[in-house]
Design a protein around this ligand. Structure first.
Ligand code: UD1
Length: 452
């Protein structure tokens, strides 16, 4: 019996982390998950073959590929390039089995309405951050002529004539801005989106739409103008670099110390995280390869408040909380975007962190050292934050459910260990899935909740 349990543990997929010396060397930062997923959806706007480069080999991209395939689109991968071949007629439906795994699959709504004139997309539901409504997507699309009905857990949408119109977003929602941009690009007339999200991923998407023959201007500011065109054509595009992956390695550096180069990182997209990290003692600067960073000595505490871009990204927050756990002094963290984004705090407390949460706030009193413990990843960034915390743990930290991390990070453990960290993936079964590398791909592993 004991042996069976030991064998079960040996096979359990997990990441093991131990504290070691400082990090050194360079790490390649991949293409931005949050951009690539929308670029893939945008390919639905044009019949023919589009190519997206700098695509990370992560599970969310694989699920989005499945969403497109369910519609009759061919998606193939060669190296870091995805070739997406969209036929003249597609099935404009995204089933629940896929949308429950990837909330961002709602990004197909706008392109389907613009191209096919109708769409049926299963509502993705809430997640570990709290409720994730799509009311702003719907209001924005209605403003340009779409009609919606929600029944049986599905959104049924139709658009006989998309008409360019003023769209005022109640909040600068990233997803709503992207959806309305992708529909308005084929509307009759001009759409002006006010209070638009300003994230760099929005500008990346606008660049791709313009490569396809669209006329989008102002992306990256809070007013975006979209002149509708009659037709779009397939295009090639290189996705921007992942600013959250880059911030994750900076957090690891802060905790472990050392000096690293982040190849391909785009510091111009990371002004606020770099400012906050600077306050805490991590120095960064632009480098011909991307970004240089150094950290030595104990981190200092800082107060952190998440905001839409150019404010501090909510996706960086768990990483900063991990850093503050071992920083000198007390830091107060305020979450302004998602109601329930503190679940991983209990896991950090199990590692000896001194954190109190109250509503949208967490008060973190830095301790000298964390202690390694078994902990569970509950979403992409929370999982990454636990690995980062493990770099400052006495003994071994075992992060279970690392499939959450696989959703957004390509070979996270491998990249950290190449920088000299003592991090390894254990019990990771690999079964060939045909085209998407060799990651473990059983239905059980794919039953993860949509988060980022
Ligand atoms: C995107 C990112 C996610 C990031 C977030 C905020 C992707 C795949 N995900 O998510 O990693 O954390 O931006 O930078 O790009 N809201 C509504 N109604 C809506 C839409 C949003 O109430 O119709 C609320 C959300 O619940 C949340 C806030 O608005 O509280 C921000 O959401 P939004 O900017 O839309 O984030 P996502 O696009 O879902």
């Amino acid at each position: 019996m004991e042996r069976v349990q030991q064998e079960d543990f040996d096979q359990q997929d997990r990441i093991e982390v131990r504290a070691r010396g400082p990090l050194e060397g360079s790490v390649a930062i991949g293409g931005a998950k949050n951009s690539v997923l929308k670029l893939m959806a945008a390919c639905l706007l044009a019949e023919g073959t589009s190519v997206i480069r700098n695509v990370p080999d992560i599970d969310d991209v694989a699920v989005m590929a499945d969403v497109l395939r369910a519609m009759g689109v061919s998606v193939t991968r060669l190296g870091d390039a995805l070739t997406i071949d969209c036929p003249a007629v597609i099935t404009p439906e995204a089933p629940y089995a896929l949308t429950e795994q990837l909330r961002a699959s709602t990004a197909v709504l706008g392109p389907l309405l613009a191209g096919a004139g109708h769409a049926r997309v299963a509502l993705p539901g809430g997640d570990d951050f709290g409720p994730r409504p799509i009311d702003m997507h719907i209001a924005a699309l209605e403003a340009i002529g779409c009609r919606f009905e929600i029944s049986g857990g599905d959104v049924h949408a139709t658009a006989d004539n998309l008409v360019g119109s003023p769209v005022l977003l109640e909040f600068p929602s990233v997803g709503a801005t992207e959806n309305v941009m992708m529909a308005a690009v084929r509307a009759k007339g001009t759409t002006v989106i006010d209070n638009a999200a300003r994230e760099p991923e929005i500008a990346d998407l606008a660049g791709f739409l313009n490569h396809m023959g669209g006329q989008v201007s102002g992306a990256g500011t809070s007013t975006i103008m979209v002149e509708g065109v009659d037709e779009l054509h397939p295009a090639e595009h290189t996705a921007m670099s992942d600013r959250i992956e880059a911030a994750t390695f900076l957090a690891a550096l802060g905790v472990a110390g050392g000096e690293i180069i982040l190849r391909g990182a785009q510091p111009d997209h990371m002004a606020m995280p770099c400012r906050k990290l600077g306050e805490m003692g991590v120095r960064t600067s632009s480098d011909s390869e991307g970004m240089w960073a150094m950290s030595n000595g104990r981190l200092r505490s800082a107060d952190v408040s998440t905001l839409p871009y150019p404010g501090l990204p909510t996706d960086c927050k768990p990483l900063l909380v991990a850093m503050l756990s071992v920083a000198e002094g007390v830091g107060i963290v305020t979450e302004n975007l998602f109601s329930g984004r503190f679940r991983y705090v209990d896991e950090l407390v199990r590692m000896g962190a001194d954190i109190r949460t109250e509503g949208h706030h967490a008060v973190i009193r830095g301790v000298d050292r964390l202690s390694g413990a078994p902990v569970r990843a509950s979403d992409i960034r929370a999982g990454a934050a636990l690995v980062v915390a493990g770099l400052a743990g006495e003994g071994v930290t075992v992060v279970s459910d690392p499939h959450h991390i696989d959703r957004g990070y390509e070979d996270f453990a491998g990249k950290l260990s190449a920088l000299g960290a003592d991090v390894c993936r254990v019990g990771h079964l690999t079964i060939s899935r045909g085209w998407f590398s060799d990651r473990f791909w059983s239905p059980d592993v794919r039953r993860v909740r949509p988060v980022d």
